[in-house]
Write a new protein. Sequence first.
Length: 159
Amino acid sequence: MAFRNVYRLLKPGGEAGFFFCVNSCIYTFLTVLSEIPKYGITLEDIFSHNLYPTEHGEQYYKELLEKIGFKDVRATEKEKWLPFDTEENFEEIFIKGLVNNLEISREDSETFKAEVLELFEKTFGRYEGKLCYVSVHLNLFGVKPMESSDFKSKETTVV
């Protein structure tokens, strides 16, 4: 819907660029965490298991823009690694957010923190000795074609 709205707003020959996250270590991590029975129950009602469908990669979005009517569509995915300065920084930013959002009790929080640190490192490893926030971003670019006044943009249903 958003891509179609942008297309409609463009003048013929107009260009549009889109940039968004198509995968994130937090999602991957929550998927792994949800497979642990004691945390899976907590995550059951708040975690979407299909947030980043694997079939929705750069080719999917490229074809989507082309179906809407964009021409000269370019799509590129880029993985970004953002290192946490220290493990304390990782704990403050990443773990504290999980503790608060998952409503981990005060008495269970230290155990949870240790398990999260171990599981995160096991899942993603380290880069140059540091834990990193890993995400994949998609860059899309398309052009609305020059068209005659009697041409109407295609109405497509996008799933």
